[in-house]
Design a protein around this ligand. Structure first.
Ligand code: NAD
Ligand code: TYD
Length: 357
């Protein structure tokens, strides 16, 4: 079968990238996906179980910062579209060790932009209507007070090493559009949740700790707000943008699900108590909640105005937080061996350093 598109997915063994590959495999079986992933602590081949190497899928273990490897992949595969997820993605890790964030998120993105430019605008061949989709975050906009929303015209004001590195990569991507006409689209999405998320992020960490009876660390007063986006809603938005998005545009993608962290933690506790019963001794899981020292520079509130993507592309989120969190908990309950298989000694060491227990 002649593939209509060959897509280079970077970071396809991570949380969102893996969900995207599963979705593409289901809804766009004519796309060939080439997945370039370094398999850092956050990337795992187990996230792609059921996806077979073959005509429509190839996995390449490698670093987006490796210019020779990326150039070779562009040559070999006739890459038509880049969907760039690969990144160091955890704010707490960026606070304790920012260097990898600068390297992967900034230098790695630059390297992919350069490879796209030289391949798509090279003299020996022309790719019709190529696209570089740069997946970024709403954290580039900084922190909101109690009211207001981030829109595509909100000024950038990143406040953590993670968000500063993503903002830098957004600026590079945007500069390649304006300077070289590279067909770039940037998406800035809110906090994702769902299957295959590494248990350093709030929701899978609270699930995992609740299951093993470990304390549930809530930073500061627990009233920081995030706008939760179910990962399949996000992936549907990305598929729609690949097909209908306009180069040079940025699109904000949000879930319309603003929640305080403490509400999220309590909901996970209560849902688990209901589904599998309380802790040993009959204690409710809420008894594990501990307020701990706040994150440095902790952004107070994120909230997305996703009206542009609704008007221009016709996408809007469809999963409420109440439904999504139930689906997520059901998935983690039926995949307990998955968490066991992806966390190892280095996770336990990270956890001890981070939380002191
Ligand atoms: P993740 O940490 O779960 O996965 C990152 C993946 O990138 C891993 O598979 C890892 O092995 C790979 N990777 C890291 N460095 C690499 C390198 N140098 N070369 C090749 N592969 C490398 O991240 P995620 O949560 O799936 O996020 C994906 C993208 O979405 C990121 O760009 C992130 O900034 C963005 N984003 C995430 C969220 C969220 O809530 N998770 C929200 C907004 C934006
Ligand atoms: P996180 O999942 O790390 O995503 P982000 O920092 O990108 O928003 O954190 C979500 C929120 O939960 C954030 O306000 C920090 C808070 N949080 C805790 O209170 N305890 C924790 O152990 C973690 C990991 C996060």
């Amino acid at each position: 079968m002649e593939n209509s598109k060959t897509i280079l997915v970077t970071g396809g063994c991570g949380f969102i990238g893996a969900n995207f590959i599963h979705m593409a495999n289901r809804v766009r079986p004519d796309w060939r996906v080439v997945n370039l992933d370094k398999l850092t602590y956050a990337g795992n081949l187990k996230n792609l179980e059921g996806i077979q190497q073959g005509e429509n899928y190839r996995f390449v273990k490698g670093d987006i910062c490796d210019a020779a490897l990326v150039a070779r992949l562009f040559m070999e595969e006739n890459i038509h579209t880049v969907v760039h997820f690969a990144a160091e993605s955890h704010v707490d890790r960026s606070i304790s060790g920012p260097a990898d964030f600068i390297q992967t998120n900034i230098v790695g993105t630059f390297n992919l932009l350069e490879a796209s430019r030289s391949c798509w605008f090279g003299q020996d061949k022309t790719i019709e209507l190529p696209l570089f989709l740069h997946v970024s975050t709403d954290e580039v906009y900084g922190s909101l007070g109690e009211t207001g929303y981030f829109s595509e015209t909100t000024s950038y004001d990143p406040r953590s090493p993670y968000s500063a590195s993503k903002a830098s990569s957004d600026h590079l991507a945007s500069a390649y559009f304006h300077t070289y006409d590279l067909p770039v689209i940037i998406t800035n999405c809110s906090n994702n949740y769902g299957p295959y998320q590494f248990p350093e992020k709030l929701i899978p960490l609270i699930f995992h700790n609740s299951m093993i009876g470990r304390e549930l660390p809530v930073y500061g007063d627990g009233k920081n707000v995030r706008d939760w986006l179910y990962v399949t809603d996000h992936c549907e938005a990305l598929v729609a943008i690949i097909e209908l998005g306009k180069p040079g545009k940025s699109y904000n993608i949000g879930g319309n699900n603003e929640k305080q962290n403490i509400e999220v933690v309590q909901l996970i506790c209560d849902t688990l108590d209901e589904k599998i019963g309380p802790l040993e001794g009959g204690l409710p899981r809420r008894s594990l909640i501990r307020y701990v020292t706040d994150r440095l520079g902790h952004d107070r509130r994120y909230a997305i105005d996703a009206s542009l993507i609704k008007e221009n592309i016709g996408w809007q989120p469809s999963v409420s937080f109440e439904t999504g969190i139930k689906q997520t908990i059901d998935w983690y309950l039926s995949h307990q061996e998955w968490i066991g298989s992806i966390i190892d000694g280095s996770y336990q060491e990270y956890y001890r350093k981070m939380y002191g227990t």
